[in-house]
Design a protein around this ligand. Structure first.
Ligand code: 13P
Length: 280
């Protein structure tokens, strides 16, 4: 069933595991993720960045694609359809109007007060329609959708103020993770994660889940992370398999063969992440 993020994340926070958020880029990726979710009976979140939304045609296209795949593939597991890094109220509103069940409003480029203002606006609109809202504090480093960001660690007091004033359903505090691959070992601030998890009643989100060693992912979950976003590692798993296929079969031109040659590698990467995030 298509659901908002609340129940699956509450259960994850209570039982100390993390719900996977996998970014989708096209129909094939969506099908692979849904099929693995069903195979492993794992509720999960499909994340759609604005760039991916434009690439696929628009929020209505994405909503129709996801709901119809779920119907035709007989997906019974709970799935949340979520905007990743929505840049404005208007973007979040149009996703909600199209049927998305969750949105992230990323006001991290603004001052704290402006971030609070814009996030509150989204929360008011979303909560009236039973849609969950993720907010961001600090700035997650690295590059996503061609946009580069400097890493800026979130401050504990800012996070508390942000939650009290916005009442977001989930919070992504930037605590050392970056989008894309890391140069060297990530420096995650586990202490602030732990303090925030104790102080706040809502689940915490770790962006930039790719390239973080398994033991640090487990430390982050133990420190209170309940949702982990992964995009790059799935892209690489898919890409490596496709490159191999194209080298071996340069005569194949059917896109179903070329694109589809990444299916098993990507599904294996999805299975590994789900198992890692759910280990106790
Ligand atoms: P990665 O691409 O580093 O996995 O990050 C994904 C992400 O955080 C999407 O919001």
């Amino acid at each position: 069933m298509l659901v908002n993020a609340q129940k699956m994340l509450e259960e994850a926070k209570r039982n100390h595991y993390a719900v996977p958020h996998f970014n989708i880029n096209n129909l094939e990726w969506t099908r692979y993720i849904l099929e693995v979710a069903e195979e492993l009976h794992t509720p999960l979140i499909l994340g759609v960045s604005e760039g991916a939304m434009r690439y696929m045609g628009g929020f209505d296209v994405v909503y129709g694609m996801v709901t119809n795949l779920m119907k035709d593939l007989h997906i019974t597991t709970d799935i949340c359809l979520h905007v990743d890094h929505g840049s404005s109220f208007e973007v979040c509103k149009s996703a909600i109007d199209a049927g998305f069940t969750s949105v992230m409003i990323d006001g991290s480029k603004f001052s704290l007060d402006e971030n609070i203002r814009i996030t509150k606006e989204v929360v008011n609109y979303a909560h009236a329609k039973n849609v969950t809202v993720e907010g961001e504090i600090g700035a997650i480093g690295g590059e996503e959708d061609g946009l580069a960001n400097e890493l800026l660690y979130a401050k504990f007091d800012d996070c508390i103020k942000f939650y009290n004033e916005t009442k977001v359903d989930l919070l992504a505090p930037a605590l050392g993770s970056v989008h894309g691959l890391y140069k060297g070992e990530p420096k995650l601030d586990f202490e602030t994660m732990r303090r925030l998890n104790e102080a706040l009643p809502i689940p915490l989100v770790l962006h930039g889940g790719s390239g973080i060693p398994d033991e640090l992912i487990q430390k982050a979950i133990a420190a209170g992370i309940s949702k982990i976003n992964v995009n790059t590692e799935l892209q690489i798993a898919w890409h490596d398999a496709v490159i191999e296929f194209v080298k071996e079969h340069p005569e194949k031109y059917d896109p179903r063969k070329v694109i589809g040659s990444g299916e098993e590698a990507m599904k294996n990467a999805i299975r590994q992440k789900i198992q890692l995030f759910q280990q106790k």
